[in-house]
Write a protein that binds this ligand. Structure first.
Ligand code: THU
Length: 151
């Protein structure tokens, strides 16, 4: 992926974060999924008065591609998060996917037969940390372990 493609994916995640429903934490997260055909599908966190039921941005985005039949088309994800300040997001540290989201991303990554790129950006845009999912979730358990991935 070129730097331009990475930056465009991060911007799509940033735009998605503006649609977060996060009245409890005040922390807005956006995720942008890049599909094999170049399409980008986004999601944002959806919080709940029963705090533990919160849906993360990555989970919301993965649900969208799964429901469209595209769970096997994922090649990369960008994640941006921070506290909103007008149109901007505050925060200087890259937002890394939580443990549950790593596992949920792994489902799509295995189905896509791709060690997907994970680009984590800070709210202020100044910091980006890029990984492969296998770095963030080593020794993963997934559909391959249940015999569901054909060669
Ligand atoms: N959050 C995400 O959307 N993705 C992550 O990977 C980390 C955390 C959300 C959940 C909650 O709404 C807010 O960030 C603060 O934890």
């Amino acid at each position: 992926m070129t730097d331009e493609m990475r930056d465009a994916l991060i911007e799509a995640a940033r735009d998605a974060a503006s649609r977060a429903y996060a009245p409890y934490s005040g922390f807005h997260v956006g995720a942008a999924l890049l599909l094999r055909n170049g399409d980008v599908v986004t999601g944002a966190n959806v919080e709940n008065a029963s705090y533990g039921l919160t849906l993360c941005a990555e989970t919301a985005a993965i649900a969208k591609i799964a429901n469209e039949g595209w769970i096997d088309q994922l090649v990369a994800v960008a994640i941006v998060g921070g506290r909103p300040d007008g149109d901007a997001l505050l925060g200087s540290d890259p937002v890394n996917p939580c443990g549950r989201c790593r596992q949920i991303l792994n489902e799509a990554a295995e189905r896509s037969k791709a060690d997907i790129a994970v680009h984590c950006a800070s709210g202020d845009g100044a910091a980006v940390a890029s990984y492969r999912l296998s770095e963030l979730l080593p020794h993963s358990f997934g559909p391959k372990d249940l015999g569901l991935i054909a060669d």
